[in-house]
Design a protein around this ligand. Structure first.
Ligand code: HSE
Length: 432
């Protein structure tokens, strides 16, 4: 005999409709495999007259949150409305009432994850949010279960599809940042206001969720180094090609002796690195576990069916076992975040210079004065622009604080135009 599990779904937009479509398609399989059938008994939406991308027959659709939270024909609550205030109310109320919850809400997890996990644990009620990071990629469950034997020494990830699409088009088609972003918008890979994505904030929130899964504890968002892709130009990609590298927006978590390094920024990586081959809107997470070694998971980080695939898996997980959500967080001591100033790396620097005698010497002297050692320098005149040149420098491993101060001081030199910029080189120039 099969058991019917009834879902109350908050939000029937892109992901909610995808979930309804998957449920309809997979119910026969689910029944056959686990003796379970899923039914969306209720849904809450903002606008009742909006056309849906799924069949809604048999779903009681309303606009009142309280009604569905109190309904006795809802066994599992699925929160897909996004945002943090209403979503937190929904998730916390459902858990308080002992109803299992599945959410796809990255902002909610990043801001209030520990509080939600603590309540889930207290109530011994499952809470899962696989879809909050990397869309359809099963990364949280992999970290929690499949790689439980491992201490995760580092995680390097492409976890924003918009920026990966833009960077791929800049690299492969020679588009400018603005041309590539426009194309991303036209193809549905960028929001009308893409600030959150291009400034790295979306990736930082996902990194926080991953870090909480790996290390436990609470990491204040403001303490994480975060730089977006808005200042990258075609010349950065030209430089990258010269060294058989590419530029990716990476989210990095690394275990050091005295704490955890967490950062999001554009990064030069070798074309031989598995992440270099992750193209367009795809996401990927590259892990290093002390037992398993290197593991990479890659897939679509957004979209109706990929995201709903992860939500569906969480729902089935809840139905097929009696797990009580995540382990308690209380016994996991929060590791310290290594202050961003102490992060160290090799760097690529570039400056626009006036083509006058001694200007490269001044730059080298300023770097030296800040304890930054040069590995290579090249300079070229800018075609069709009289008396201006571009100087590109690679420096040996140095700290973030040193490089920032040095670049600022160089930007203040009278024969430097603009502020100059730097890009970190993951693993260094000679990385395998
Ligand atoms: N805007 C995100 C991205 C998807 O481009 O990856 C939702 O988190």
């Amino acid at each position: 005999m099969s058991q019917t599990v009834r879902l109350g779904v908050f939000g029937l937009g892109t992901v909610g409709s995808g979930l309804v479509n998957i449920i309809r398609k997979r119910n026969a399989h689910l029944k056959d495999r686990y003796g379970i059938e899923l039914e969306v008994s209720r849904a809450v939406v903002q606008n009742l007259s909006r056309k849906r991308s799924c069949e809604t027959d048999g779903i009681r659709i309303g606009t009142d949150y309280a009604e569905i939270l109190e309904a006795d024909d809802v066994d599992i609550v699925v929160e897909l409305i996004g945002g943090t205030d209403d979503a937190a109310h929904i998730v916390l109320s459902a858990l308080e009432a002992g109803k299992p919850v599945v959410s796809a809400n990255k902002a909610l997890l990043a801001e209030r994850g520990p509080e939600i996990m603590a309540l889930a644990h207290k109530k011994r009620t499952p809470f899962f949010a696989e879809a909050s990071v990397g869309g359809g990629i099963p990364i949280l469950k992999t970290l929690r279960e499949s790689l439980v034997a491992n201490r995760i020494d580092s995680l390097t990830a492409i976890i924003n599809g918009t920026t990966n699409f833009v960077l791929t088009k800049m690299e492969e088609e020679g588009l400018s940042y603005y041309e590539a972003l426009k194309l991303a918008g036209e193809m549905g890979f960028a929001e009308a206001d893409p600030t959150f994505d291009v400034e790295g904030i979306d990736a930082r929130q996902k990194l926080l969720i991953l870090a909480a899964h790996i290390y436990g504890g609470v990491f204040p968002e403001g303490e994480i180094l975060c730089e977006g892709i808005t200042r990258l130009t075609e010349s950065d990609f030209r430089f990258a090609r010269k060294y058989d590298m590419t530029v990716k927006l990476l989210a990095i978590a690394r275990r050091l002796e005295d704490g955890i390094e967490l950062r999001v920024h554009p990064t030069l990586i070798s074309k031989r690195h598995p992440l270099a081959g992750v193209r367009n809107e795809f996401n990927a997470v590259f892990l290093n576990g002390d037992a398993v070694g290197e593991v990479m998971l890659s897939g679509r980080g957004a979209g109706s069916l990929p995201t709903a695939s992860a939500v569906y898996a969480d729902v089935v997980d809840i139905c097929t076992r009696k797990a009580a959500g995540d382990p308690p967080e209380s016994h996991r001591k929060s590791p310290a975040i290594v202050p961003p100033d102490r992060i160290s790396s090799e760097y690529y620097l570039s400056f626009t210079i006036e083509d006058k005698p001694g200007v490269i010497g001044e730059i080298a002297t300023t770097l030296g004065a800040h304890g930054v050692s040069v590995s290579s320098v090249s300079a070229e005149l800018i075609p069709n622009v009289p008396d201006l040149g571009e100087v590109e420098i690679i420096v040996h491993k140095t700290t973030e604080a040193q490089i920032r101060q040095a670049v600022q001081a160089i930007g203040d030199l009278s024969r430097i135009r603009g502020k100059g910029k730097y890009i970190r080189i993951e693993g260094g120039l000679n990385a395998k």
